[in-house]
Design a protein around this ligand. Sequence first.
Ligand code: URA
Length: 233
Amino acid sequence: MMIRLDKFLTETGSLTRSQAKEAAKKGRILVNGEAEKKTDRKIDPEKDEIVLDGKRISYAAYEYYMLNKPKGVVSATEDKKYPTVVQLIQDRKRTDLFPAGRLDIDTEGLLLITNDGELTHNLLSPKKHVDKVYLAEFEGVFPEDGKEQFQAGLILEDGVKTMPSHIIVNGNQARLTIKEGKFHQVKRMFQAVGCQVTYLKRLSMGSLTLDENLKPGEYRPLTNEEIESLKQQ
Ligand code: URA
Protein backbone atom coordinates (compact mmCIF):
# COMPACT_ATOMS: atom_id res chain seq x y z
CA MET A 1 0.00 0.00 0.00
CA MET A 2 1.36 3.41 -0.96
CA ILE A 3 1.27 6.13 1.71
CA ARG A 4 2.51 9.69 1.91
CA LEU A 5 6.06 10.13 3.14
CA ASP A 6 4.96 12.52 5.91
CA LYS A 7 2.32 10.02 7.07
CA PHE A 8 4.96 7.30 7.19
CA LEU A 9 7.22 9.53 9.29
CA THR A 10 4.48 10.45 11.77
CA GLU A 11 3.11 6.90 12.05
CA THR A 12 6.53 5.51 12.83
CA GLY A 13 6.95 8.23 15.47
CA SER A 14 10.01 9.58 13.66
CA LEU A 15 8.93 13.21 13.14
CA THR A 16 5.86 15.41 13.29
CA ARG A 17 4.50 16.63 10.00
CA SER A 18 6.12 20.06 10.26
CA GLN A 19 9.42 18.58 11.40
CA ALA A 20 9.28 16.28 8.36
CA LYS A 21 8.90 19.28 6.07
CA GLU A 22 11.90 20.98 7.63
CA ALA A 23 14.01 17.83 7.56
CA ALA A 24 13.14 17.20 3.91
CA LYS A 25 14.12 20.76 2.95
CA LYS A 26 17.50 20.21 4.57
CA GLY A 27 18.03 16.94 2.69
CA ARG A 28 17.93 14.82 5.87
CA ILE A 29 15.43 12.32 4.42
CA LEU A 30 16.52 9.79 1.80
CA VAL A 31 14.15 7.62 -0.21
CA ASN A 32 16.04 4.71 -1.75
CA GLY A 33 19.28 6.61 -1.39
CA GLU A 34 18.09 9.91 -2.91
CA ALA A 35 17.34 13.03 -0.87
CA GLU A 36 13.61 13.74 -1.03
CA LYS A 37 12.35 17.29 -0.67
CA LYS A 38 8.64 16.62 -1.07
CA THR A 39 6.96 15.11 1.98
CA ASP A 40 3.63 14.67 0.20
CA ARG A 41 5.08 12.16 -2.25
CA LYS A 42 3.90 8.59 -1.92
CA ILE A 43 6.10 5.70 -0.89
CA ASP A 44 5.64 1.96 -0.45
CA PRO A 45 6.65 1.25 3.17
CA GLU A 46 7.14 -2.46 2.41
CA LYS A 47 9.55 -1.84 -0.46
CA ASP A 48 11.08 1.62 -0.26
CA GLU A 49 13.99 2.31 2.04
CA ILE A 50 13.50 5.47 4.09
CA VAL A 51 16.51 6.90 5.90
CA LEU A 52 16.41 9.79 8.35
CA ASP A 53 19.70 11.35 9.45
CA GLY A 54 21.56 8.27 8.29
CA LYS A 55 19.30 5.77 10.10
CA ARG A 56 16.91 3.43 8.35
CA ILE A 57 13.37 3.65 9.72
CA SER A 58 11.91 0.24 10.43
CA TYR A 59 8.29 -0.27 9.55
CA ALA A 60 5.55 -2.66 10.60
CA ALA A 61 2.09 -2.26 9.12
CA TYR A 62 0.56 -4.03 12.11
CA GLU A 63 1.84 -4.77 15.56
CA TYR A 64 0.42 -7.19 18.13
CA TYR A 65 1.62 -7.39 21.72
CA MET A 66 0.44 -9.48 24.63
CA LEU A 67 0.69 -7.45 27.83
CA ASN A 68 0.29 -8.68 31.38
CA LYS A 69 -1.39 -5.50 32.55
CA PRO A 70 -0.30 -4.45 36.03
CA LYS A 71 -2.48 -2.61 38.54
CA GLY A 72 -2.34 1.20 38.50
CA VAL A 73 -2.18 1.49 34.71
CA VAL A 74 -5.15 2.57 32.60
CA SER A 75 -6.40 0.83 29.45
CA ALA A 76 -6.09 3.90 27.24
CA THR A 77 -3.68 5.50 24.82
CA GLU A 78 -3.32 8.74 26.80
CA ASP A 79 -4.19 9.83 30.30
CA LYS A 80 -3.48 12.96 32.34
CA LYS A 81 -3.18 11.19 35.68
CA TYR A 82 -2.03 7.60 35.23
CA PRO A 83 0.43 5.72 33.02
CA THR A 84 -1.25 3.94 30.12
CA VAL A 85 -0.93 0.39 28.83
CA VAL A 86 0.39 1.67 25.49
CA GLN A 87 3.25 3.51 27.22
CA LEU A 88 4.39 0.18 28.66
CA ILE A 89 5.14 -1.12 25.14
CA GLN A 90 8.59 0.42 24.84
CA ASP A 91 9.58 -1.58 21.73
CA ARG A 92 6.63 -0.37 19.68
CA LYS A 93 7.44 0.76 16.15
CA ARG A 94 4.17 2.55 15.55
CA THR A 95 2.44 5.49 17.20
CA ASP A 96 -1.11 4.28 16.60
CA LEU A 97 -1.32 1.31 19.00
CA PHE A 98 -4.31 0.94 21.31
CA PRO A 99 -5.63 -1.66 23.76
CA ALA A 100 -8.12 -4.14 22.30
CA GLY A 101 -10.73 -3.60 25.00
CA ARG A 102 -10.37 -2.47 28.57
CA LEU A 103 -9.43 -3.81 31.93
CA ASP A 104 -10.15 -1.72 35.04
CA ILE A 105 -7.24 0.15 36.62
CA ASP A 106 -7.05 -2.41 39.44
CA THR A 107 -7.38 -5.46 37.14
CA GLU A 108 -4.34 -7.44 35.99
CA GLY A 109 -3.73 -9.84 33.18
CA LEU A 110 -4.10 -10.38 29.48
CA LEU A 111 -4.49 -7.36 27.26
CA LEU A 112 -3.84 -7.28 23.53
CA ILE A 113 -2.18 -4.09 22.31
CA THR A 114 -2.36 -3.56 18.57
CA ASN A 115 -3.23 -1.16 15.76
CA ASP A 116 -5.37 -3.77 13.96
CA GLY A 117 -8.83 -2.21 14.13
CA GLU A 118 -10.59 -4.97 12.25
CA LEU A 119 -9.28 -7.74 14.49
CA THR A 120 -10.15 -5.69 17.59
CA HIS A 121 -13.64 -5.05 16.34
CA ASN A 122 -14.19 -8.77 15.73
CA LEU A 123 -12.84 -9.77 19.13
CA LEU A 124 -14.94 -7.23 20.99
CA SER A 125 -18.15 -7.53 19.02
CA PRO A 126 -20.88 -8.86 21.35
CA LYS A 127 -22.20 -10.86 18.41
CA LYS A 128 -19.04 -12.94 18.21
CA HIS A 129 -19.34 -14.29 21.77
CA VAL A 130 -15.59 -14.58 22.27
CA ASP A 131 -14.83 -16.29 25.61
CA LYS A 132 -12.95 -14.30 28.23
CA VAL A 133 -11.66 -16.18 31.24
CA TYR A 134 -11.00 -14.40 34.55
CA LEU A 135 -9.51 -15.41 37.84
CA ALA A 136 -11.30 -13.63 40.67
CA GLU A 137 -10.87 -13.52 44.42
CA PHE A 138 -13.85 -12.35 46.39
CA GLU A 139 -15.23 -11.64 49.82
CA GLY A 140 -18.65 -12.74 51.00
CA VAL A 141 -20.57 -15.98 51.00
CA PHE A 142 -21.04 -17.44 47.52
CA PRO A 143 -24.65 -18.70 47.38
CA GLU A 144 -25.30 -22.41 47.15
CA ASP A 145 -27.06 -22.01 43.82
CA GLY A 146 -24.51 -19.40 42.62
CA LYS A 147 -23.18 -21.61 39.85
CA GLU A 148 -26.72 -22.03 38.48
CA GLN A 149 -27.36 -18.28 38.77
CA PHE A 150 -24.23 -17.50 36.75
CA GLN A 151 -25.22 -20.18 34.25
CA ALA A 152 -28.77 -18.83 33.87
CA GLY A 153 -27.63 -15.20 33.49
CA LEU A 154 -27.63 -12.63 36.29
CA ILE A 155 -29.64 -9.43 36.61
CA LEU A 156 -27.15 -6.65 37.29
CA GLU A 157 -27.97 -3.66 39.50
CA ASP A 158 -29.03 -1.61 36.45
CA GLY A 159 -31.57 -4.27 35.45
CA VAL A 160 -29.50 -5.61 32.53
CA LYS A 161 -29.31 -9.39 32.25
CA THR A 162 -25.98 -11.06 31.48
CA MET A 163 -25.52 -13.89 29.03
CA PRO A 164 -25.01 -17.38 30.47
CA SER A 165 -21.55 -17.76 31.99
CA HIS A 166 -19.57 -20.57 33.53
CA ILE A 167 -18.03 -20.42 36.98
CA ILE A 168 -15.87 -22.76 39.04
CA VAL A 169 -15.56 -21.72 42.68
CA ASN A 170 -12.89 -22.93 45.05
CA GLY A 171 -13.00 -21.25 48.48
CA ASN A 172 -12.81 -17.51 47.86
CA GLN A 173 -11.33 -17.98 44.36
CA ALA A 174 -13.25 -18.40 41.13
CA ARG A 175 -12.56 -19.00 37.49
CA LEU A 176 -15.22 -17.31 35.44
CA THR A 177 -15.83 -17.52 31.68
CA ILE A 178 -17.97 -14.81 30.11
CA LYS A 179 -18.83 -14.05 26.51
CA GLU A 180 -19.42 -10.31 26.77
CA GLY A 181 -17.60 -7.30 28.12
CA LYS A 182 -19.98 -4.96 29.89
CA PHE A 183 -18.56 -2.16 32.05
CA HIS A 184 -17.11 -3.69 35.28
CA GLN A 185 -18.93 -6.85 34.29
CA VAL A 186 -17.20 -9.39 36.51
CA LYS A 187 -17.34 -7.18 39.60
CA ARG A 188 -21.02 -6.46 39.01
CA MET A 189 -21.83 -10.14 38.50
CA PHE A 190 -20.34 -10.96 41.88
CA GLN A 191 -22.23 -8.04 43.41
CA ALA A 192 -25.42 -9.52 42.01
CA VAL A 193 -24.87 -12.59 44.20
CA GLY A 194 -23.86 -10.54 47.26
CA CYS A 195 -20.06 -10.85 46.91
CA GLN A 196 -17.26 -8.35 46.42
CA VAL A 197 -14.33 -8.90 44.05
CA THR A 198 -11.00 -8.16 45.79
CA TYR A 199 -8.63 -9.27 43.01
CA LEU A 200 -9.20 -9.75 39.29
CA LYS A 201 -6.97 -11.07 36.54
CA ARG A 202 -7.81 -11.95 32.94
CA LEU A 203 -6.31 -15.25 31.84
CA SER A 204 -7.50 -15.53 28.26
CA MET A 205 -9.47 -13.97 25.46
CA GLY A 206 -10.64 -16.32 22.71
CA SER A 207 -7.68 -18.42 21.60
CA LEU A 208 -5.16 -16.09 23.24
CA THR A 209 -3.87 -17.18 26.65
CA LEU A 210 -1.70 -15.10 28.95
CA ASP A 211 1.91 -16.27 28.80
CA GLU A 212 2.81 -17.42 32.32
CA ASN A 213 6.34 -16.11 31.90
CA LEU A 214 5.11 -12.53 31.72
CA LYS A 215 5.15 -10.76 35.08
CA PRO A 216 2.74 -7.84 35.58
CA GLY A 217 4.02 -4.99 33.39
CA GLU A 218 5.84 -7.31 30.97
CA TYR A 219 4.87 -7.94 27.37
CA ARG A 220 5.91 -9.79 24.25
CA PRO A 221 4.94 -9.74 20.56
CA LEU A 222 2.33 -12.32 19.56
CA THR A 223 3.60 -15.26 17.54
CA ASN A 224 2.35 -15.69 13.97
CA GLU A 225 0.28 -18.68 15.11
CA GLU A 226 -1.37 -16.61 17.85
CA ILE A 227 -2.22 -13.86 15.35
CA GLU A 228 -3.62 -16.30 12.81
CA SER A 229 -5.74 -18.14 15.33
CA LEU A 230 -7.18 -14.86 16.71
CA LYS A 231 -8.11 -13.85 13.17
CA GLN A 232 -10.03 -17.08 12.74
CA GLN A 233 -12.05 -16.46 15.90
N1 URA B 1 -14.82 -7.14 34.59
C1 URA B 1 -14.53 -6.21 35.52
O1 URA B 1 -15.30 -5.97 36.43
N2 URA B 1 -13.38 -5.55 35.41
C2 URA B 1 -12.46 -5.80 34.43
O2 URA B 1 -11.41 -5.16 34.40
C3 URA B 1 -12.79 -6.77 33.48
C4 URA B 1 -13.97 -7.42 33.58
